[in-house]
Write a protein that binds this ligand. Structure first.
Ligand code: 6R9
Length: 649
């Protein structure tokens, strides 16, 4: 949680400017009543944004799980994101890519159509069949969305693994998905230095016992990477299939479009499976109603495509609507701290969607950087991934949006597929710090431990009380879904069906929800989810670590930081162990999960029954009051930990 100003909405309201409302895709407040009076029928609005090969019979099939959104309908996601735009805008730019070294590339809808078809033909020839999972382990290069759309074309679900993940993390995900096909690259640049991605992919292939049927390698570094048997150069494959077309495979609305792994409460990452009809409708609808995307726009969602935000709001939503979507491979401060503003100016970006962690960094770097650029093309700003504190909100509004662009603070999760709680920018007033009301048609409530709605201003748990089109397959099918989640959980017995989001929240008298952070063991570092258990199980494997516990700590820029408390085995050297711990996390998960602080303690604080007292570790980390410590068996370690923290700060 962001330490500063965690009590956000001071009741201040900011109205969207009339000039924005006048042109907004959704500006009629009646949309709420329309969904309320005709639920689930009004979700037709979302499905109508797509072209269906076979019209659906029912908007929502099933009174309870299994839910079937747009039952009976058939469609293809690649057709919807590419082919159907050719008549009207074959020469319009679909993808514009800005590379790390200052290079750029664009693909018109026609060029995208050609390459998606050629790569789809190549995947088929390599043996990929409908429903085979293809793993995509690529940084933000145009070949990533092209490969996603090529998979979608032939009905093969993709599983994109964030490029910064390690070989072990890739192997775990390939194995869990039973995926025998991999698309990767020789390497890519990170802050100007090359990262050798193919080496990581090779190590993953060894770890999965060589069960990889084919690996396709995109040449990003221009290295002459030697290719083994069953390894293919992307460019050669596409060239070999030049001019070929592949009929888009009609998929049932409930058929899987992709899966994506995310961190939950257990040590193992969870695979979330999204559907073709429901997810794509939801991506298109929220891009239209919330991000206000129009075909003539240039849209920039700065998230990496390896996360759900990039899937929905860089690839599927914007392309389904026929807009120009911008891909940026680099970091915001390389080569200079005005890189983002330079890109917005040069590409005349209309809608910019980023994370609070980035906004806090921009604030720290100073407004002189955006001030050097003409940002007047911007019409709407968005944030996602973590709570945004009012100070950052106001800075974003004033210095990037010139006090004129509405801001949508969009709350959602990997599991929800698209945004759920946020203002409609052409309808609702904004309240800095509060995400907003649930979107029309979305059922959400803040409840206490017994499952009863809390009074305005009181804290509780955010639950989703109605199914929505972007729900994943497991949630649609599984009656017991919500009951299997974490140990801190409200009782949801009073609902026919409900989903516990694992987020704490408050709601005000206008129904605006303010998010307070996760209530499970998930740490949100710069908007990326990691399970404490996931990191702890890596630490436990380091020789020299007797015991370790991982908790969330405060961080000015990243929102939350990973604090590792380690009790060392006899004779271990602290400095060496610190380096080993860092290396182990980097190898098992990736650099972004590496602890910000490794704090040594002779013992972990434990209850009399021998359980690690995480609550206490969190309180110590945040410098909060320790609360009731009567259950603590070894109170003396608390002082030791406090003095270690003082030394390390
Ligand atoms: C899309 C995405 C989900 C978790 C979620 C919550 C946090 C996301 C937020 C937000 C406050 C917002 N979160 N958006 N918290 N305000 N606008 O980020 O998915 O990576 O699965 O993370 O992120 O805690 O539960 P994911």
């Amino acid at each position: 949680m962001v330490g500063e100003e965690r009590v956000p909405s001071d009741g201040e309201r900011v109205e969207p400017p009339a000039s924005f409302v006048a042109q907004a895709n959704v500006s009629d407040g009646c949309v709420r009543a329309e969904f309320a009076d005709n639920w689930p029928g009004a979700w037709e609005r979302a499905a109508d944004l797509l072209d269906w090969e076979t019209e659906y019979d029912t908007v929502l099939g099933g009174d309870g799980p299994p839910f079937r959104w747009f039952e009976g309908g058939e469609l293809n996601a690649s057709y919807n994101c590419v082919d159907r735009h050719l008549d009207e805008r074959k020469n319009q730019v679909a993808l514009t890519w800005e590379g790390r070294l200052g290079e750029s590339r664009t693909y018109s809808y026609l060029e995208l159509y050609r390459e998606v078809n050629e790569f789809a033909a190549a995947l088929r020839e390599l043996g990929v069949e409908e429903d085979d999972v293809v793993t995509l382990y690529l940084p933000v290069v145009p070949e990533l969305p092209i490969a996603m759309l090529a998979c979608a074309r032939i009905g093969a679900p993709h599983s994109v693994v964030f490029a910064g993940f390690s070989a072990d993390a890739l192997a775990t995900r390939m194995e869990a998905a039973d995926s025998e096909y991999l698309v990767t690259c020789d390497g890519y640049y990170r802050r100007g230095a090359p990262v050798h991605q193919k080496n990581k992919a090779d190590n993953a292939a060894i770890a999965v016992d060589g069960d990889v049927e084919a690996t396709v390698v995109v040449d990003r570094l221009g290295d002459d990477t030697p290719l083994a048997e069953n390894e293919y150069d992307y460019c050669e494959l596409v060239t070999a299939h030049r001019g070929e077309t592949v009929e888009p495979v009609p998929r049932d609305a409930s058929d899987q479009l992709f899966l994506i792994y995310t961190s939950g409460t257990t040590g193992e990452p969870t695979g979330v499976r999204h559907t073709t009809g429901g997810y794509l409708s939801y991506a298109a609808w929220t891009s239209h109603a919330v991000l206000d995307i129009e075909p003539a726009d240039t849209h920039w969602c700065s998230a990496d495509i390896g996360w759900i935000t990039g899937h929905t709001y860089t690839v599927y939503g914007p392309l389904a609507l026929g807009t120009t979507t911008m891909l940026y491979e680099g970091t915001p401060d390389h080569p200079e701290k005005d890189r983002v503003w330079e890109l917005i100016e040069r590409n005349a970006v209309d809608v910019f969607y980023t994370a609070p962690t980035a906004i806090r960094a921009f604030m720290k770097w100073g407004e002189e950087h955006p001030e050097r650029h003409d940002l007047s093309s911007l019409r709407l700003l968005g944030t996602v991934g973590e709570p945004i504190n009012p100070r950052a909100w106001k800075w974003y509004h004033e210095h990037i949006g010139n006090g004129e662009c509405p801001i949508v603070d969009t709350w959602w999760q990997t599991e929800t597929g698209g945004t759920m709680v946020t203002t409609l920018p052409g309808v609702d007033d904004m309240k800095p710090g509060a995400a907003g009301p649930p979107l029309p048609g979305v059922g959400a409530a803040v409840v206490d431990a017994r499952g009863n709605p809390v009074e305005p201003g009181e804290t509780g748990y955010l639950v989703l009380t109605e199914p929505w089109p972007g729900m994943p397959v497991s949630m649609a099918e599984n009656e017991g879904w919500f009951a299997e989640r974490s140990s801190v959980r409200p009782s949801l017995d009073g609902y026919d069906w409900a989903y516990f989001t694992e987020d704490g929240a408050t709601v005000d008298e206008d129904g605006y929800v303010t998010l307070l952070g996760r209530v499970d063991d998930v740490i949100n570092v710069s908007g990326h989810r990691f399970g404490t258990m996931e990191i702890e199980s890596v630490l436990a494997d380091v020789a020299g670590v007797a015991e370790a516990a991982v908790v969330s700590g405060p961080h000015d820029l990243k929102g939350e930081a990973v604090y590792a408390y380690v009790s060392a085995a006899e004779g271990a050297d602290a400095d060496e162990l610190r380096a080993q711990v860092t290396d182990a996390v980097e190898a098992a998960i990736g650099p972004i999960a590496v602890p910000d602080a490794v704090v040594f303690t002779p013992e972990l604080p434990k209850t009399r029954s021998g359980k690690v007292m995480r609550r206490l570790l969190e309180a110590v980390t945040h410098g909060d009051d320790l609360g009731d410590t009567s259950a603590l068996r070894n109170p003396e370690v608390v002082g030791e930990i406090e003095s270690s923290l003082d030394r390390s700060s």
